[in-house]
Design a protein around this ligand. Structure first.
Ligand SMILES: NC(=O)c1ccc[n+]([C@@H]2O[C@H](COP(=O)([O-])OP(=O)(O)OC[C@H]3O[C@@H](n4cnc5c(N)ncnc54)[C@H](OP(=O)(O)O)[C@@H]3O)[C@@H](O)[C@H]2O)c1
Length: 285
């Protein structure tokens, strides 16, 4: 049985005209990897957007799952990320090619610098970001990456990059869930034409037992996870929940057949407490 009809996932435009699907499936080195679940998401749930990173260590397996699904590469949106151990001009270009070959793909739809900090002693973060970004700009111009972006970048990181480079990042992927709403950063990204993508939309599960979320879920006869994913989507935020379980993936995809009311959105918007469940780039210069 295919669940694609309710999925019919909308996409939003990047500044270069490409359309990124609002809903994607996350993968991670935390909590394992399930080949079966990925194939199920692609073949039975209509998922067409997958988020991964070299850091997660599953590029090869994910490439195998994509091949097994039989979905044409051109129908998929694949995001990958460059780990900061591979920052620097030459290393970044090599890492991207290596990641393509690990996954058995010829290009990435989106390629992100994973983290704003340099891991090379003696080189400032700003210099390293600029040098690495130049490599990404070339990968973009060569067509190996259809769009390029950053992850965990704050306003000051983006402002410096703007001064140092020519291509404005197409996307900034940042932690985003009801407990973590970086509204100032979101507003900055919107003004600069950078699409804001949110990761850990379920706060790694922490938000699923919140009483406000439970109450809204009950009202709509939906699950807490569906409420949080729907909230991201209604805020225009690209969202990439991760699960290794078929049943949960199916559940997480069923977020296009209902609408949260203004009062629900406001109640969820009021849950921000500033906590990070992943990592916090605040102190990265
Ligand atoms: N750029 C970055 O620095 C960065 C950082 C973190 C994450 N990410 C990306 O964002 C994706 C999602 O983030 P995340 O994995 O940190 O957090 P998340 O999606 O908020 O939560 C994932 C956790 O929730 C559980 N879960 C999923 N669906 C559920 C459901 N319907 N009901 C109950 N529990 C459910 C999962 O367990 P099971 O797997 O057991 O179902 C897992 O433990 C990652 O996979 C990755 O692609 C990016």
């Amino acid at each position: 049985m295919t669940f694609a009809p309710e999925l019919s996932c909308p996409a939003i435009p990047l500044s270069n005209g490409l359309q990124i699907p609002l809903f994607g499936l996350g993968t991670s080195h935390h909590g394992g990897y399930s080949h079966e679940a990925i194939v199920y998401a692609l073949t039975e749930c209509g998922v067409r957007h997958i988020d991964t990173a070299k850091r997660y260590g599953c590029e090869k397996k994910l490439g195998d799952a994509i091949t097994e699904s039989g979905i044409p590469r051109s129908d998929l949106w694949v995001t990958n990320k460059l780990w900061h151990g591979d920052y620097g001009y030459k290393a970044a270009k090599k890492a991207c090619l290596d990641s393509c070959s690990q996954m058995g793909v010829e290009y990435f739809d989106l390629y992100l610098m994973h983290w704003p900090e340099s891991s090379r002693p003696g080189c400032s973060n700003r210099e390293m970001r600029a040098e690495t970004w130049r490599a990404l700009e070339e990968l973009y111009k060569e067509g190996l990456c259809c769009a390029i972006g950053v992850s965990n970048f704050l306003v000051h990181h983006l402002e410096e990059l703007k001064e140092d480079c020519t291509v404005v990042p197409h996307v900034n992927q940042v932690e985003y869930h009801p407990f973590q709403q970086p509204n100032h950063l979101m507003e900055y990204c919107r003004q600069e034409g950078i699409v804001f993508e949110g990761y850990s939309p379920l706060a790694k599960g922490q938000v699923l037992s919140n009483p406000t979320v439970l109450q809204i879920a009950e009202k709509h006869s939906r699950t807490p996870a569906q409420i949080c994913i729907r909230w991201s989507i209604q805020n225009g935020v690209v969202t990439i929940p991760k699960s290794t379980k078929k049943k949960r993936i199916q559940e997480n995809c069923q977020v296009f057949g209902f609408q949260l009311e203004e009062s629900d959105m406001a109640a969820l918007g009021g849950l921000h407490d500033g906590r990070h469940v992943s990592w916090d780039p605040t102190n990265v210069e």
